[in-house]
Design a protein around this ligand. Structure first.
Ligand code: SAH
Length: 340
């Protein structure tokens, strides 16, 4: 195990060059020394502030369908889960929620769903165009999984700005175990197509997946760099009772924050959310201190949020979207940030 005197220069090097080796990243991921970790997070925070100032970017997410044809071993809405009742919103319903979010002050609308082929490219195109017609300054992010190139191209032409499609794990064998019938190579092909179409590409991965090693996590971080991502969601794996991984241990939030901090050093300009998975573990302030600059808030009505349970979490919606945003702005202000 490298000593403090060897690790601090590694942090400086990563920050100065935005380059790191698997070995260097692993040495930081396994480090438990408080002085070193404080230095890592302080560096990540200063990089974030140099790029984004005091800003924290707030996004509204609409989870418009929990129907999914995939059977990802970690995901609570995998197609094999018979216990969850499935819902689909029609385009007008999605648009109504988007307008409400825009009126409440949100500048980015994220449209997310399971991989649900019920939605044709035209149906989602109608939603994208509707949002842009309502307010052309609003950014539209899609997160609907693997689709045909022509769908991606069509949505881009309708005005979609960004696309979130995480690589989940950069290890091809682990990827295949966790996603029966799917391959990492196809996922990465989708990412390349989206990038080439001019989308701001969002990727990311889970921390603490069963069978994942620290070396794999280092490769996950380096893959973000290779794919030239604009955004990366890094969150702990949380076992869901209605999945094959129900009995597995959950991902470590400390390790997740280290991965976040290292990613901030290597990709200074990337948007890094304090992921919902991290936030449900109570770690939002820590994630912001480790270099995260984005917070996503649910614009899905509470009853449907409960059904969009990719991992277990408590849904309590006592506030309107506008109130929720206001509360978050106040929380951020008390932490010295400006919510935008
Ligand atoms: N169907 C879309 C959206 C996926 S859900 C797609 O394929 O891209 C959004 C993200 O939730 C996933 O990318 C995954 O990283 C995360 N997720 C799913 N199940 C999880 C779990 N049990 N624990 C933690 N994160 C999970």
């Amino acid at each position: 195990m490298p000593r403090e005197s060897e690790l601090l220069p590694i942090i400086d090097k990563l920050a100065a060059t935005c380059q790191g080796t698997v070995k260097e990243i692993v040495s930081l991921l396994v480090c438990e020394d408080e002085t070193v970790l404080n230095y890592l997070f302080a560096k990540a925070l200063s990089v974030k502030k140099a790029v984004f100032g005091q800003n924290i970017y707030i996004r509204a997410i609409i989870e418009f369908s929990n129907v999914c044809h995939c059977c990802c071993c970690y995901c609570g809405i995998n197609r094999g889960n018979q216990t969850v009742s499935r819902y689909r919103m029609v385009p007008d319903e999605i648009l109504g929620l988007a307008y409400e979010a825009i009126d409440a002050g949100y500048g980015t609308i994220v449209l997310q769903s399971g991989e649900d082929m019920y939605y044709t490219k035209e149906m989602l195109g109608e939603v994208i165009r509707g949002i842009k017609a309502y307010d052309k300054r609003v950014a539209v992010t899609l997160s609907v999984g693997e689709r045909a190139y022509e769908d991606y191209a069509y949505w881009r032409a309708c005005g979609a700005d960004r696309y979130l499609i995480k690589h989940e794990t950069a290890n091809a064998a682990l990827y295949q175990r966790l996603h029966p019938g799917h391959r990492l190579a196809s996922r990465l092909d989708c990412q390349r197509q989206l990038w080439a179409l001019g989308y701001e590409l969002g990727s990311g991965f889970m921390v603490g997946l069963p069978g994942q090693t620290i070396e794999m996590l280092a490769v996950d971080i380096l893959l973000l760099q290779k794919m030239q991502v604009s955004m990366a969601g890094i969150g702990p794996f949380i076992p869901h009772p209605e999945t094959a991984l129900a009995g597995a241990a959950k991902g470590d939030t400390g390790l997740t924050n280290k991965a976040l901090g290292i990613t901030r050093l290597l990709l200074p300009h990337a948007h890094l959310p304090a992921t919902t998975a991290l936030t449900v573990q109570g770690g939002r302030a820590e994630a912001l201190a480790a270099g995260a600059d984005v917070i996503m808030q649910k614009a899905t009505p509470a009853a449907k949020q409960q059904l969009y349970e990719i991992y277990p979490r408590l849904v309590k919606e006592e506030y309107s979207l506008k109130e929720k945003r206001q509360l978050l702005l106040e929380q951020l202000e008390s932490l010295g940030y400006i919510g935008v």
